[in-house]
Ligand binder design. Structure first.
Ligand SMILES: Cc1cc2nc3c(=O)[nH]c(=O)nc-3n(C[C@H](O)[C@H](O)[C@H](O)COP(=O)(O)OP(=O)(O)OC[C@H]3O[C@@H](n4cnc5c(N)ncnc54)[C@H](O)[C@@H]3O)c2cc1C
Length: 381
């Protein structure tokens, strides 16, 4: 297959990019190893600063049709008191089963050529070819630009010799499960435990998602068995004990993530244009990873179009635009997450600050401003 752009990964970043480029009349191959709908370790909180892009794509109405709850407030649950603040606009709770399939279908309806269920097994940055494989069958996609949208951890990160792969000191792992409770939630709640935290929020169908992140040092004894780990943190924090006691699992097992390493990353590696988590991971506590994935696709689309049209320096321009759009948010998210993974310190801080002022600061430091989102929307469409 010979295309303008090969996009590896059909998560929120890859599918958004594929739709935007196909709408510009480009030939785009969208590759993902999974069949959809598929689950994903994620708090499934879709931040409000992604919504203007979904509105322009014409898929925002579908969130209503899917029954995605509106989430207007965040509650930080400390040991001795809670701390609540509002969002400037409603965010949405939407499962990854539903959202990722919605965006993938939209990309295909926009004209992207899907290779779903195909694994990209090799990339050659020099010849810009991607080898894909499914059930022993092989194919080669030749592209003028390869876009890396393979998420936070993939085989190509090692192949491209990306430095974060060697970082063993800052690894965390995520875990997630859907639950039912007597009361359907209306807020997103954040709970702290030593070395990690939990996000609890509603998604469609009256389901509550409890999704956590724990530093690798806390998991050594548990060897991937999340039941034991959750028992341990319930014993440590009484608020977590009450939370889990009020929820009945709606999924058979916990879902476990690959290693999560929070760092800004290079947005272009050997000519491959990275988007979404592959271009930098914001701490999940912000609930802003999917928004960043969608925004980075919108930011990248005009630059990729320019590269396809022969403007070589557009790759450098994308790198600079990406750094100024995201690096500050990634750095702040990490600082705030370190506070959330220290329950005693968190309590002390909650006693000191006014909820509204601190909430506004947290949102400003980790989200894109309205003007910035409006700008990337203007350039992307
Ligand atoms: C514990 C935790 C909680 C989180 N909570 C939230 C939250 O509440 N809200 C939020 O906005 N974000 C949250 N995030 C972050 C969010 O999940 C990511 O930022 C988001 O999924 C990034 O989207 P993406 O498209 O870049 O990558 P992904 O969604 O990871 O998609 C990558 C795709 O690439 C495919 N792929 C990978 N390798 C290959 C290959 N070789 N060949 C073919 N296909 C391949 C995968 O199958 C996958 O479908 C959380 C993350 C964690 C770890």
């Amino acid at each position: 297959m010979n295309v303008d752009v090969a996009v590896i990964g059909a998560g929120p970043a890859g599918s958004t990019l594929a739709a935007l480029l196909a709408r510009r009349g480009m030939s785009v191959c969208l590759i993902d190893r999974e069949e959809f709908p598929r689950d994903k370790v994620c708090g499934e909180f879709l931040s409000y600063d992604a919504l203007p892009i979904l509105e322009r794509l014409g898929v925002a109405d579908q969130l209503d049709a899917l029954g995605a709850p509106r989430i207007e407030r965040c509650r930080v649950v400390g040991r001795t008191r809670d701390y609540e603040f509002g969002f400037p606009q409603a965010a949405r709770g939407i499962s990854r089963f539903a959202l990722d399939e919605l965006l993938l279908r939209h990309a295909v309806a926009s004209g992207a050529l899907p290779r779903i269920g195909w694994t990209a097994v090799d990339i050659d940055p020099a010849s810009r070819t991607v080898t894909i494989e499914r059930n022993g069958e092989r194919d080669v996609v030749e592209a003028r630009v390869i876009a890396g949208a393979w998420g936070r951890w993939g085989r190509f990160d090692a192949q491209l010799n990306r430095t974060f792969v060697r970082d063993r000191a800052h690894r965390s792992f995520g875990f997630k499960r859907h639950y039912r409770a007597e009361t359907v939630m209306e807020t997103i709640d954040l709970y702290s435990f030593r070395g990690g935290y939990l996000g609890v929020s509603p998604v469609e169908g009256g389901i509550t998602n409890i999704c956590g992140l724990a530093h690798a040092s806390r998991l050594a004894k548990h060897r991937g068995r999340w039941e034991g780990f959750v028992e341990m943190i319930r014993g440590e924090e009484s608020r977590l004990e009450s939370l889990y006691a009020a929820h009945v699992p709606a999924q058979e097992n916990f879902l476990s993530s690959e290693p999560v390493i929070f760092r800004a990353r290079s947005p272009v590696e050997q000519g491959i244009v990275m988007i979404g988590d592959a271009s930098g991971v914001i701490d999940p506590l912000t609930g802003n990873g999917m928004a960043m994935a969608i925004q980075s696709a919108a930011l990248a689309a005009p630059h990729i179009a320019a590269i396809v049209n022969g403007k070589v320096e557009a790759a450098r321009e994308y790198s600079e635009a990406h750094k100024s759009f995201f690096d500050g948010r990634i750095a702040w998210s990490r600082r705030i997450a370190l506070l959330l993974s220290r329950p005693a310190l968190l309590d002390a801080v909650l006693r000191t600050f006014h909820p509204r002022a601190a909430g506004e600061f947290l949102l400003r430091a980790t989200r894109a401003g309205d003007g910035d989102v409006a700008h990337i929307v203007r350039e992307a469409f």
